[in-house]
Design a protein around this ligand. Structure first.
Ligand SMILES: [Zn+2]
Length: 91
């Protein structure tokens, strides 16, 4: 999805009042830093090669995690397929 928003990693969570919970965004930043340090995640955008990381925490159209799980699973599968196309082969 790049065109400059560099969406490489996404998480979702349920908020009591529909507002962002800073702890989850902080956890995501910690996980990304850990994954980069362990070389489990490239430190650049796979589409434009930017190394600038930005984080967004926005409400979705879903009211609950249960409601979101089906559509999120479909999106995750699509992202995995796109990543395979973009990632150079190591064969
Ligand atoms: Zn990018």
């Amino acid at each position: 999805m790049c065109p400059m928003r560099h969406c490489i990693v996404g998480i979702y969570y349920e908020s009591q009042n529909g507002k962002a919970v800073a702890m989850y965004l902080n956890d995501l930043k910690t996980m990304v830093a850990w994954a980069i340090a362990k070389k489990a995640l490239d430190p650049w955008c796979g589409i434009c090669h930017s190394q600038t990381w930005t984080y967004e925490d926005e409400p979705t159209i879903f009211k609950t995690i249960a409601e979101a799980q089906g559509p999120m699973a479909m999106l995750e599968l699509e992202q995995q397929q796109a990543a395979k196309l973009l990632k150079p082969s190591h064969n």
